[in-house]
Structures are given as structure tokens and as C-alpha cells.
Design a protein around this ligand. Structure first.
Ligand SMILES: [Zn+2]
Length: 444
């Protein structure tokens, strides 16, 4: 009897040990992984996407961005015209009959696109979203275009121009990139002043703050769903918290002329930044930050590192503000994801989703999904690179990359025993649609 009990006990321990082992995730995917991938991808292809960031536009539309590429900038391999994926995109979308965009071949596509642009109406870009399976796309633009249907495209407006009300000659002279960027900021500020019926800079800081707050509120009324900072292109993402008197003094001294020192300009900007965040909190308007490497030849990786924002993202004064770190903080994706541990911080996979190939995007998404799957959003960063390769083709490349990469990340995790296929599909839906739809109040 004693021996019998011993046998039963050892059988029990053996069985429970086996069941623990079965429930514990393994470091290697099994041979079933490719089959799981195919099954998941079929279902993931059906998920309608909510795209957190794009520049939906025709290439000759000056409202597409408050930025422009400096001439001769270095381009990553995947974004060069020679990438055959862009020809594949044009073929899938428009039946483009060539495998490249040579001078003899590209006009086939350019002429068609020009004709569609001339036709006007919203059907063209609605049709592009339908073809790639996007339900809603945020459009980061100076203004929403008449050819974008507001039912499908939501406007994200720029606010960096409020940082540059003074004489900017020293700012523009810093380097070739700033020489391109700063005049565009001045134009956007002039446009906002015209929009608000402000003919000259207000007499004091109180007046300027009121103008800033009113512009943001009016942009929200015009359909704006978020404000966007491209600050990483111009300055450090580390914002100090200067007293109001210092900003008021700088404003009084330079409102009507004179060139502020670099230090004075930064103090003023840090103060206006706080005004913008406060207003975002009051209006329940999410705040987007460019948080990755940037275009141009003088982008500072150190200044643009999203960890510089930690003091702001973790500041209890802004806990009612939802922040979105656009472009996943790439290449600091592993550090950045820990910022999304804060309840009001999100990130998206735009830009990096077409900088790297799907095999690498898979690795990044696998880590993000393993940590904070409710805080990660798909985004295309659809953008026109030239008259042939447009936002249309980049939508297609970004969507195909993300669908295949997230399917692969999840297939590995399922095959490793992390969770079930049903759970994997729920997680894919969070990333491709639900997290963003909830963030912008379009879903409970
Ligand atoms: Zn972008």
C-alpha cells in the first residue's frame, strides 16, 4: 500500500511537472510555426486598419507637411526608387505594367495620377484606403485637403510654428536642414495668424498665449483630432519648465525685432510648449511627437531620443493628456516602449515600418506585443517620395509590411507556447485597429 501511494505520488508529480512544462513558453518556435503564420495572416488580412499617421496627399500639394526634405539628403536602402517593392505596389494598386520607374516607364503612372488629381473629389483616396484595407487614416497635414473625405481621413495639425515668432535668422543659419525647415514654420505661423484674424504679434505674452490657445481650439473645431510636434527636427526633446516671467521678458524684448540668443529662444519655446500641453489637456486633444531618426543630413539622434521626454510624459500635471510617440522612437524602440508603461503614453510603428524590412519589424513588434500590447498602434507614414512613387504606394508597402510582420511575430509566440491563436488574433486587432480607435474616442 505504501508503495502504491508512492507510485501514485510520483505519477502525480510527473504529470504536474509535465503540465507546467507544457504551459511554459519555449525559446524556440516549433515546426508548426509556418502553418500558424499562414493561418494567422489570412485572418489578419481581413482586419480593417486604423492608421495613426500618414501624409495622405498628391505630391504637388504644398499643405502636405510643415516639413520638406533638404536636397541631396541620404536615403535608406528600402526607400530608394530602385526598391522593386514600389513597382509591385503600383502594379497591385493600378496594374502598373513595369518593374521599375525608369524615365521611359514612370510617365505611365505619373500621367494617370495627374488625371485622377484633376478629376477632383474624394473617391480616389477613399479607393486607395479600400484597396489596402484601411478604414480610417489620420492625415498629418497643414490643412485637410478637399480631396480627402473627412469620414475616412482625420486631421492632425502642426504646432511647432508657435515656437518661432521672433527673428529667426540665427535659427535658419544653423545648417542646411534648418535653412529649409524654418521658413516653412514661419509660413505656418503666418497662416495661423491670418486664420485667427491676428495682423501682428500680440503686445505681450498673455496676448500671444491667448492666440496660441485659440488657434489650437479652432483647429480642433475644424476637425483636428491631435496636435503634432516635429520639434525633434529643430531642437532637443528635453523641455525645461521655466518661470512665466522669463518667457514674458524674452517675448517683450524680441516681439518687435532683434535676434534672441539660442538660449533665450529655447527658454521661450519651453514655456510655450507647456502652454500647448496645458491646452491639449483642457481640450482632450492627443499630442503627437516625432520620436525617431529624421530626414535631412543634420538630424541629431541624441536630441531626438524620446527618452528626453520622460520628465514630461511622467509629469502628473499632464496625466490627462494622451501622448503618442510617432515612429516608435526608432532606433531606440526598446527603450521607448518602457515610456508606454505610463497610462497616457502610446506609440506607433510608422516610418520604421518601411525603413526596415518585415523580418526586422517582426522582431520589434514581437517585443512590443510582449510588453504593452494595448499601447501600440499601426501607422503607415504614407508619403509621396516623387511624382511616381506616392502616398498610394507607401500605404501599400507599409500595410503589407505590418500585416506580415505582426502575423510572423504572433506565429512565433503561439508556436513558442506563449498564448493561443485566438489570443494572437485579438492582439493583432489591438495593434491594427482597436487601440487607435479607442484613443480617438471612436470605440469603447
Ligand atoms: Zn510622417
Amino acid at each position: 500500500m505504501k508503495r502504491m501511494i508512492q507510485l501514485l505520488l510520483s505519477a502525480f508529480f510527473f504529470l504536474s511537472a509535465a503540465s507546467v512544462a507544457a504551459a511554459q513558453a519555449r525559446p524556440l518556435a516549433g515546426p508548426d510555426m509556418p502553418v500558424i503564420y499562414e493561418r494567422l495572416l489570412k485572418k489578419i488580412d481581413q482586419i480593417k486598419i486604423y492608421d495613426n499617421h500618414s501624409h495622405a496627399t498628391f505630391p504637388d500639394d504644398m499643405d502636405m507637411d510643415a516639413m520638406a526634405s533638404p536636397p541631396e539628403e541620404s536615403t535608406v536602402l528600402r526607400l530608394r526608387d530602385s526598391n522593386p517593392e514600389f513597382a509591385a505596389a503600383a502594379k497591385a494598386l493600378f496594374g502598373y505594367p513595369y518593374a521599375d520607374f525608369s524615365a521611359e516607364h514612370a510617365p505611365w503612372l505619373i500621367e494617370k495620377k495627374k488625371a485622377w488629381e484633376k478629376e477632383g473629389g474624394t473617391a480616389y483616396f477613399d479607393g486607395i484606403l479600400d484597396k489596402v484595407g484601411i478604414e480610417t487614416s489620420l492625415a498629418n497635414r497643414v490643412a485637410l485637403a478637399p480631396y480627402l473625405n473627412p469620414k475616412r481621413f482625420r486631421w492632425v495639425f502642426f504646432v511647432d510654428s508657435f515656437f518661432y515668432p521672433f527673428d529667426n535668422q540665427k535659427q535658419s543659419a544653423k545648417n542646411g536642414d534648418m535653412g529649409v525647415y524654418i521658413p516653412i514654420q514661419e509660413k505656418v505661423l503666418a497662416r495661423y495668424m491670418k486664420q485667427e484674424g491676428v495682423s501682428a504679434l500680440p503686445a505681450d505674452l498673455a496676448g500671444y498665449e491667448e492666440f496660441v490657445r485659440r488657434t489650437v481650439a479652432d483647429n480642433q473645431k475644424r476637425g483636428g483630432v491631435a496636435m503634432k510636434f516635429e520639434a525633434a527636427y529643430f531642437r532637443s526633446l528635453e523641455f525645461s519648465d521655466p518661470p512665466r516671467e522669463r518667457a514674458a521678458d524674452i517675448y517683450a524684448r524680441f516681439r518687435a525685432g532683434g535676434v534672441p540668443t539660442a538660449q533665450e529662444y529655447v527658454v521661450f519655446q519651453d514655456y510655450i510648449f507647456r502652454v500647448l500641453l496645458d491646452q491639449a489637456g483642457k481640450l482632450k486633444l492627443p499630442v503627437h511627437f516625432h520620436s525617431a531618426v529624421g530626414i535631412g543630413d543634420y538630424f541629431s539622434l541624441r536630441q531626438g531620443n524620446p527618452l528626453n521626454l520622460e520628465n514630461v510624459l511622467r509629469d502628473p500635471r499632464y496625466k490627462q493628456v494622451n501622448f503618442v510617440l510617432i515612429h516608435g522612437g526608432y532606433p531606440y524602440t526598446q527603450d521607448m516602449i518602457w515610456l508606454t508603461a505610463a497610462k497616457n503614453v502610446y506609440t506607433d510603428s510608422s516610418l520604421m515600418g518601411y525603413y526596415v524590412y518585415p523580418s526586422e519589424l517582426k522582431n520589434i513588434l514581437k517585443q512590443w506585443i510582449s510588453l504593452y500590447p494595448e499601447k501600440i498602434l499601426f501607422a503607415s507614414d504614407a508619403f509621396p517620395f516623387n511624382d511616381a512613387v506616392g502616398a498610394e504606394e507607401t500605404y501599400w508597402v507599409a500595410v503589407r509590411s505590418a500585416r506580415t510582420a505582426v502575423a510572423a511575430a504572433l506565429a512565433e509566440l503561439v508556436s513558442e507556447g506563449a498564448f493561443s491563436e485566438a489570443r494572437a488574433l485579438e492582439l493583432a486587432k489591438l495593434y491594427l485597429h482597436d487601440n487607435a480607435a479607442r484613443l480617438y474616442g471612436e470605440m469603447k
